[in-house]
Design a protein around this ligand. Sequence first.
Ligand code: ADP
Ligand code: ZN
Ligand code: ZN
Length: 754
Amino acid sequence: QGFVIERTETSDVKNMKAIIEVLDPVPVLSEELLALGKWLAKATICFQVTAFQAMLPAALKTKVSKIIQMRVERTELPEQIRTLFGNGNHLNWDELKKGEPSDLLTMKKALEAGLVEIEYATKAHTKMKTERFVTVSDVRESELESLQRKAKKQYELIQFLKGKQRPLPSQQAIAETKSSRATLKALLDKGFVQEWAQEVYRDPTSNDTFTRSEPLVLTPKQQEALQVISRPIEEDRYETVLLHGVTGSGKTEIYLQAIAKVLQKGQEAIMLVPEISLTPQMVNRFKARFGNLVAIMHSGLSNGEKYDEWRKIHRKEVSVVVGARSAVFAPFTNLGLLIIDEEHESSYKQEEAPRYHTRDVAKYRGANHRAPVLLGSATPSVETFARAKKGNYTLVSLQERVNARPMPEVEIVDMREELRNGNRSMFSRALLQGLRERLDRKEQTVLFLNRRGYSTFVMCRDCGYVATCDYCDISYTYHRKGHSLKCHYCGDEKPMPTTCTECGSEHIRFFGSGTQKVEEELYKYFPEANVIRMDVDTTRKKGSHKTLLDAFGQGKGDILLGTQMIAKGLDFPNITLVGVLAADSMLHIPDFRSAERTFQVLEQVAGRAGRAELTGEVIVQSYTPEHYSIQLVKQHDYEQFFASEMRIRKQGGYPPYYYMALLTISDQDLATVIKTSGKIADYLKRTLSEETVILGPVVSPIARIKDRYRYQCVIKYKHEPKLYETLETVLHHYQRDTTTKRLSISMDVHPYFF
Ligand code: ADP
Ligand code: ZN
Ligand code: ZN
């Protein structure tokens, strides 16, 4: 699938292919988005087609298949080829390629001899949903009377339809009158009713009802913040504003009112939230305020729903999109505002090509539309806050919670101390007591396990062997459901071994504090408690996220236990205790942002407590309580954290003092990877300016993924005019070279994870 981006009379492209089919009668990318795609390809060093594809919903990505068609009568074909065709008269080329090499050779000869030919087929990509609608045509009274006497069922159905003022979906009409398709068919045959197919939208929120919400009267502080963002909106001017507001300071209400101003001007707005916090609660707030003007986009939607939401935007039937990262490409044409909530969240960085950061794309579009960009966070990324301090962004601060609710009290528990006092449990005494009190008072607790997803590994207690994926150098995760081991990188799954593959011992078992493990422990101490567990396992089913949260919101659970996915967005009045287990597990990840991430996530979870009348308490368990990223959570002191972190970034030569780029070289053959990455590093050192630092090549933190070995080089630079040109040269050189064709080089300018 390609994109027409320009028409010219001549071209120097060799071996240009003919167009098989034009897929879209209406262009799917506007002039602005075309330009954005070209820029994105340059800025992130990827192919233009990759950039364009990233901007469109999956439903618009088409598979083109290569088909072999008979050119002569079946009887004229040699026996061998006839067998390949089976009973049909065409064959899929890719299927054939997967089979016996000799079959492929036979077919190639037939192709040369002109017995068969190649054709291409596209799979229709426009997957609109249609539904049959029905309405009454003119029916004479006499005919009705006759129906009433002779065909009771038909009479009831027609009376029902007559009672409705507008056409109804046929299925609904049949269901509501308890009649049947046959009854409807009889009426259709008589010409008493009409039926036709009509396009309908698949609505991800069709089962929900939204009570209209009116704008709240803003606090003076909120009012000030709204004014700052309103100025560029009214003046049609691009400007980036950072709204630094503690959790519960009423940022979302400011977003809502800023968007209302944009809509009043007849313009459109993009509201971005991290995937993880795109909770039903968040969606509710926007739907309740703006009703049908809102489209929703996130990974929880089916491809069909995404496509329909996208088309509502494309057709200008909505003016606001609330969505995760990719919603920044929403095909609006008259943008008045772009908002990025929780701007520090790492999910705003796309980890595969095009490796863009949502913030950069938002700024590019803002400048194009002369619309401001509003970044919001309680704990802005260090880079963003540094820009705001420098005056590149306008800074607005909201350091108080609405209604002057106090920030929750934070207690940091030294888990080493607990151990010294003979407490071997995963819960500190303070946390156990806190939980007990909440259960007695019928208040709610959130227990947060600071880990990505769910990680229990399997280890032999005799020899220390850890079960590791055969294709990736990463330990398997134990899954209770199915009693199996699963690799979270390549998806490989196998049964839980009964004996150690290294020493044969039977003492092999799973370790680590996964959420399931915590749940079990909880029930040991509080058998009467009602625990709602939220992790990748319990939220796999569509809508389960919402079901679990709704249940907790309705007070059906005493304790909500979960990973990252419960850290944000929760706004329940009855939560008075937040417990953090393994606060420092992220601190030890070898990444210069690990302290920043630790502070951010701790502040986020702490913000879940005491949001209404009841005062909140937070208990943070840690093995390194002296670390500044943990200590400063106690005072909720972002500024102090920023100052400490900046000193360390300066010393280490990290962003925002230096920029970085990451090159990852991978291949199935280790020797090739080592040799090539060495050559690349040499080339970079020779070509780039002297102040630029080239680190590596070294083995990547995960040395092998999907059976490919990985090495990396890191480039650190302050000012490097030749960077893009040099990286593109590297990329193109190794793509043309046939000896390294299978080698893959991924480039990440401003990487987020190492
Ligand atoms: P944040 O997005 O900064 O975490 P929210 O916008 O969610 O904060 O506000 C926190 C709570 O305060 C919400 O329950 C919200 O409805 C309420 N709130 C926000 N602004 C006001 C206001 N001006 N008056 C009354 N309540 C408000
Ligand atoms: Zn062993
Ligand atoms: Zn694997």
